[in-house]
Design a protein around this ligand. Structure first.
Ligand code: SF4
Ligand code: SF4
Length: 361
């Protein structure tokens, strides 16, 4: 069977980050700096990605600006023919660095937004002074004319600030904003009950998004990702396992999605010893859940199967303890009661910030 090439690669250049967001999608066991791939290996990987047919690379982390060679990495990706998108908190960027990144071929920036005021943003990001520095970086991005998308993760503490979030996107001259309700992976899963919005909050948010989408049409593109747990059916996670994208972790392991290492029976090949094309086409991890033949009978006979592919494998693992199960969010799942029980949980007062203290060597 010929496997179509992926469209995008998430290059997780580092797990280092000055911020400590409690919803970070990075794994609980973060990788330390000395495990990170060097400039030369990334350069080879970008060339292999382009040869495989990948069109765009998301330079991500952690905070990619924590890498001193970010400019060289951007140039390498651009020279390989990839569209380069920098996903950043802004911390570690300066006007001079942004100019150097532009000269290196940077095409686009996605700037994360933890909140719309310094008080809220610095509390959520666990980093005092972060908001003011981010605003200065956003002004530089605008002045330099780099296309900007804002990424705002919405959760119980900040979802009421959606109107102010859209106002901020206009103020910063962003062309697009992604407002994604928190997805429960990595640190967000650990902090689930503190972050889970209430049903009323979600219904209000949907109305606010619908009104803003209409009002701002032609000025701002709004992409809204509603929360999974209140839905009747799951999302088509990653557009189907091993079908549209791949993640390269800071140490070179290649994952079908950033939470895939929570599935114990998968083994992840590494770019240090295997080519990207071989990993994509032939590896156990990428073929484990391709197509629909492995799904339970109830999914294979369901009319939605070509839309959601049975939902998210990592969510099935996390909630049902079985990566082959129907996504427990689905109303037909025998595990749906577990999701409803989680929605009924009380929210604790605090959360656990993402910290390198849990780092693996
Ligand atoms: S979510 Fe927060 S802590 Fe995680 S990489 Fe992004 S800015 Fe850093
Ligand atoms: S039964 Fe399976 S395919 Fe049908 S909606 Fe539920 S998860 Fe999707």
């Amino acid at each position: 069977m010929t496997i179509p090439p992926p469209i995008a690669m998430l290059a997780e250049l580092t797990h280092r980050c000055p911020l400590a967001c409690a919803y970070c999608s990075n794994p609980l066991e973060l990788l330390v700096a000395k495990t990170e791939l060097g400039t030369d290996i990334w350069t080879r990987v970008f060339r292999e990605a382009a040869a495989l047919g990948i069109l765009q690379v998301h330079l991500s982390g952690g905070e990619p600006a924590s890498r001193r060679d970010l400019e060289q990495l951007t140039a390498a990706a651009s020279e390989a023919g990839l569209y380069t998108n920098l996903i950043t908190s802004g911390i570690g960027l300066t006007r001079a660095r942004l100019e150097a990144l532009m000269a290196a071929g940077l095409d686009h920036v996605q700037l994360s937004l933890q909140g719309t005021t310094a008080k809220v943003a610095d509390f959520i990001g666990g980093y005092k002074g972060g908001f003011d520095r981010k605003m200065a970086v956003a002004a530089d991005i605008d002045a330099l004319g780099i296309p900007l998308t804002l990424n705002a993760v919405m959760h119980r503490t900040n979802i009421a600030d959606l109107p102010a979030t859209f106002d901020m996107a206009l103020t910063l001259n962003a062309r697009r904003i992604e407002v994604a309700c928190v997805q429960f992976q990595g640190w967000a899963l650990k902090n689930r009950s503190a972050l889970q919005p209430t049903r009323d909050q979600v219904e209000t948010a949907k109305r606010v998004v619908a009104e803003a989408t209409e009002r701002l049409r032609g000025r701002l593109v709004i992409d809204f990702v509603p929360p999974d747990y209140y839905a009747d059916y799951p999302k088509a996670c990653m557009g189907g396992w091993g079908s549209t994208g791949l993640n390269v972790a800071p140490d070179g392991r290649v994952l079908p999605c950033h939470a895939a290492e929570t599935i114990p029976h998968l083994t992840f090949p590494n770019v240090l010893d295997t080519g990207l094309a071989e990993i994509w086409n032939d590896s156990q991890a990428f073929n484990a859940f391709r197509g629909t033949a492995w799904l339970p009978d109830a999914c294979r006979s369901c009319s939605r199967v070509t839309r959601d592919f049975g939902g998210c494998r990592c969510q099935a693992m996390a909630l049902a303890g079985d990566p082959f199960a129907m996504d427990p969010v689905c109303k037909h799942s025998p595990h749906r009661a577990k999701v409803d029980a989680l929605l009924a949980e009380d929210a604790p007062d605090g959360w656990t910030y993402r910290r390198m203290a849990a780092a693996r060597p």
